[in-house]
Design a binder for this molecule. Sequence first.
Ligand code: URA
Length: 200
Amino acid sequence: MVRIAAACGDFASLRAAVARCEACPLSKTRTQTVFADGPERADVLFIGEAPGESEDLLGVPFVGESGKMLTGIIEKGMGLPRAQVLIVDALKCRPPHDRAPSVEETRACTPWLDRQVALAAPKVLIPLGTLASNHVLGLAGSEQRSLGSLRERVHEREARSIVPTFHPSYLLRTPEAKKDCWKDIQLAMGLLGLAPKRGG
Ligand code: URA
């Protein structure tokens, strides 16, 4: 898998390889793989957890309710068109009934995400939620940390800046966390040289 991913020199060939992936049992239950939304190269890369029902049906990440929340963060908060940022999930297939992805499923999908990051060459990665944040920071098993201990700061890993924040579905359930999410987004905006558009 690592070799197949590394051999993909652009998004089109990587997308096609992901669509054929049978590295874990999620390949048997998916409608289709969910590769990415946005340009191949982007300054900002948002990384979610795994596709939900709407994403599995449409083949595009973050198109359901949490997608509307994410679009608001990008467009109203950061002042960027959603089409200008790249959005991917750590896992490319929907887990049945939206259960949490297993360690093995997450590990099996890692080469695809690593290759997406390499090709997109983003200035800033914004992992959304605990799973994506630990995953992107390379924290596994007993090294895993709570999101609370990872956010509100910039991490540097493999010469990339990483700004973990809340998952949009958490923000839908916990609107009072939006002001803390906004602090993270402002950190990312500072790295990108973007001026804040609004508070909260
Ligand atoms: N939640 C995610 O983490 N990703 C999606 O694409 C949709 C919901």
